[in-house]
Design a protein around this ligand. Structure first.
Ligand code: PLP
Length: 154
């Protein structure tokens, strides 16, 4: 990310971070990019910012946001209800949400480092095996039925 910032600065390019999935306190900071010590020019936000109410946000500095009306569009640009949901969400995030993510994240990281990644991967594979076997068996059954039908109609 720091190299991207340097390249953008050198060539006058805006650095845009899509934080639709990673932002809104999920990583223990308001924006995931903050973990890199980089300040982007624009952050795009949606989903979590209004707790599931449809809202998309373009976050940037005032000097960048000098676009004339109609020069950009958003499916869920904003309406009073969703903006109220976003304000309430930000209130919760500010009060406790971001700090809680940081706390829970640190706890999980610490516990998972004790278990070890290999064991977690093995455990997941073991849990998926019966599902894969069932899927293969169902597929085989469908092929047998199709083959019988084709034989009968011939
Ligand atoms: C990473 C990412 N960026 C952008 C979008 C688009 O968000 P929206 O449909 O709210 O504009 C999505 C939607 O799932 C997404 O996952």
């Amino acid at each position: 990310m720091q190299e991207l910032r340097r390249i953008c600065d050198t060539h006058g390019i805006l650095l845009i971070c899509d934080e639709v999935q990673a932002g809104c306190g999920r990583t223990g900071k308001w924006w995931a990019v903050q973990h890199c010590g980089v300040e982007p020019d624009i952050i795009t936000i949606a989903k979590g910012i209004a707790s599931g109410m449809p809202l998309g946000v373009t976050l940037t500095r005032a000097e960048i946001m000098d676009w004339v009306p109609g020069s950009h569009a958003s499916t869920f640009g904003g309406n009073p209800v969703c903006i109220a949901a976003a304000l309430a969400t930000m209130d919760v995030l500010e009060r406790e949400g971001v700090a809680n993510s940081a706390k829970v994240g640190a706890h999980m990281k610490q516990r998972m480092s004790k278990v070890g990644w290999r064991r977690i991967v093995r455990w997941r594979r073991a849990r998926q095996r019966p599902v894969i076997r069932r899927r293969d068996r169902d597929r085989q059954r469908e092929e047998d039925v199709a083959a019988t039908r084709a034989r009968d109609s011939a």
